[in-house]
Design a protein around this ligand. Structure first.
Ligand SMILES: Cc1cc2nc3c(=O)[nH]c(=O)nc-3n(C[C@H](O)[C@H](O)[C@H](O)COP(=O)(O)OP(=O)(O)OC[C@H]3O[C@@H](n4cnc5c(N)ncnc54)[C@H](O)[C@@H]3O)c2cc1C
Length: 509
């Protein structure tokens, strides 16, 4: 079942198991059940710590991972291969007694959660964002006996997925009710359960010398450069990692031939934590004001003070802004083809946007779905010609140019899209099950109001030193008017802004 290389790696991990683990399996006679049994038997043959027993679980095929004589509540429904294989390996290690790699503070928060929490997460094996959620919920189940978690492969439990109207992965249900959709860290899940840090944790903090707002590549680089100058540095970010958390493959981060976005985000975090940088994750800045010092107001009401500020709040997916988009988000309106594509297997979908990301999405999706309609507002596609050549060779793609999306229609979920042909002014409606919006990004700068000068696109205007029009406030990365938006460029501009902030501190003190 497992290939030679994976088996060799797995053998090394299984040697790290600290105690016995009992896999309870619920299998039928179907193909997936047989494959699951083959996987479980292969695991058991590789470690004397792994015992197997037949059981009746809520779903078939599924298996739970338990301590001997004690249920942990960790269950995999379907076969956790693909991106979920790491989730399985980690579950085996953690249930065997190996401590999870999570902050002590977080472990305490999980252990202190009171009440019963039964989580179910619907995933696809090709989803890059799913393992973080699965692994977080598994850790919570291992740490707290009142928490259970079942990972459910949507491709195996199609009827369940349809009856619960799950149209995006990961989608999490808690005690039978919809809980969340999309990537989430353990800290984010805890915050959603009301167990995150409140304003009191931020009050009365010593002012920073450099406060970085935004924890993507630009912010991480700025913070490291500032901290290396020995000044008091903090990062406040609503989602540490930024856009790279949603990026499948990165092949142009120079010196690293190929990596995955979440992997790079984890390295960024590790590098930042190597320094004395105060990281305040899951906190959204809502205002910037200059008083004696700069004051950054947070959504939770706390105020952080600093002698200088580096703005690196990046950018987010641009919405198409038509009726139906917000209503049917995660109910047929999707933004991540890698994550949600498999849920539209065999169905008809549309991609809005004919730039590189739109055409890449259309090509990927055409391999999964029945038919793709690409709607492009302009009279020509803007994607690179190599991509267009590949697209036009596909038999199940239609390209509509000069198409202005008017409405995404549906009842419980998307059932169609209406567009206007800009040549003829005629209105058209296409029946379909999903719409992938791929029309670029907007800078996350609205929260700044008039605090710093921005251009017509909302980008913060900076000079070659990263300085804004306000002395002491600098900008870096995708939220600025830099000519190009790339990881390496953001990191470079973060470094520039930090060095400039340090110069500013030297001149003003
Ligand atoms: C799908 C996709 C694929 C890509 N592929 C590549 C690629 O292959 N190679 C490449 O070089 N580039 C790629 N990019 C572009 C690259 O990811 C960006 O250029 C880069 O991430 C920008 O870094 P940043 O730090 O400026 O902003 P971001 O990565 O956007 O980070 C912004 C940070 O600010 C935080 N934030 C936002 N608002 C607030 C607020 N109000 N308060 C507190 N925090 C806030 C966010 O949570 C986040 O931590 C890709 C982008 C996407 C979307």
């Amino acid at each position: 079942m497992l290939d030679k290389d994976i088996k060799a790696q797995l053998a090394q991990y299984l040697e790290m198991m600290e105690g016995d683990v009992l896999l309870k399996i619920s299998a039928g006679t179907d193909k997936v059940s047989n494959e699951m049994i083959a996987l479980v038997e292969e695991l058991a043959s590789m470690s004397s710590h792994i015992k197997v027993e037949k059981a009746e679980l809520e779903r078939t095929p599924s298996f739970s991972v338990n301590r001997v004589g004690e249920e942990t509540g960790v269950t995999f429904a379907g076969i956790p291969l693909g991106h979920e294989f790491t989730s399985l390996v980690l579950a085996l290690l953690q249930v065997s007694g190996r401590a999870p790699r999570v902050d002590e503070k977080v472990i305490e928060q999980v252990k202190n959660l009171e009440g019963e929490y039964h989580f179910e997460s619907y995933i696809s094996l090709s989803c890059q964002n799913c393992p973080e959620v699965v692994q977080a919920l598994n850790v919570m189940s291992v740490l707290n006996p009142n928490i259970t978690h079942t990972m459910i492969d949507g491709a195996v439990f199609k009827e369940e997925v349809e009856s619960k109207n799950v149209m995006a992965v990961p989608t999490v249900f808690l005690n039978g009710e919809s809980f969340s959709s999309g990537r989430q860290s353990i800290e984010e899940i805890l915050a959603k359960l009301g167990s995150g840090p409140d304003a009191s944790e931020f009050e009365n903090k010593e002012p920073f010398d450099v406060l970085v707002v935004g924890g993507g590549p630009a912010g991480a680089s700025a913070a490291i450069y500032a901290a290396r100058k020995g000044v008091r540095t903090g990062i406040v970010a609503d989602r540490f990692g930024g856009q790279i958390l949603d990026t499948a493959t990165i092949e142009n981060f120079i010196s690293v031939n190929r990596t995955e976005g979440p992997k790079l985000a984890a390295s960024l975090e590790e590098h930042v934590k190597d320094y004395e940088i105060e990281v305040m994750n899951l906190q959204t800045a809502t205002g910037l004001e200059k008083k004696d010092l700069f004051e950054i107001e947070l959504e939770n009401g706390a105020v952080l003070k600093s002698k200088s500020v580096i703005l690196s709040t990046g950018a987010s997916w641009r919405n198409v802004g038509v009726p139906g988009e917000a209503e049917f988000r995660n109910k047929g309106v999707a933004y991540c083809p890698h994550c949600d594509g498999p849920l539209f297997e065999g169905k008809d979908i549309a991609v809005i946007g004919g730039g590189n990301s739109g055409i890449e999405a259309a090509i990927d999706l055409a391999g999964i779905v029945n038919h793709v309609t690409v709607l492009e507002f302009a009279s020509e596609l803007k994607a690179d010609s190599v991509l267009q050549d590949r697209l036009y060779k596909l038999p199940n793609v239609t390209v509509v140019k000069n198409a202005q999306t008017k409405e995404i229609t549906g009842t419980d979920s998307v059932n169609g899209i209406t567009y206007i042909d800009r040549d003829t002014n005629e209105e058209h409606h296409i029946e379909l099950a999903g719409v992938f919006v791929q029309i670029g990004l907007v800078p996350n700068t609205n929260w700044l109001g008039n605090a710093v000068e921005r251009n017509n696109f909302g980008e913060i205007i900076v000079d070659k030193r990263g300085a804004t029009n306000v002395p002491g406030v600098f900008g870096a990365g995708d939220c600025t008017d830099s000519a190009y938006k790339q990881i390496i460029i953001s990191m470079g501009s973060g470094a520039t802004a930090a060095l400039s902030a340090y110069d500013y501190l030297g001149k003003t003190e």
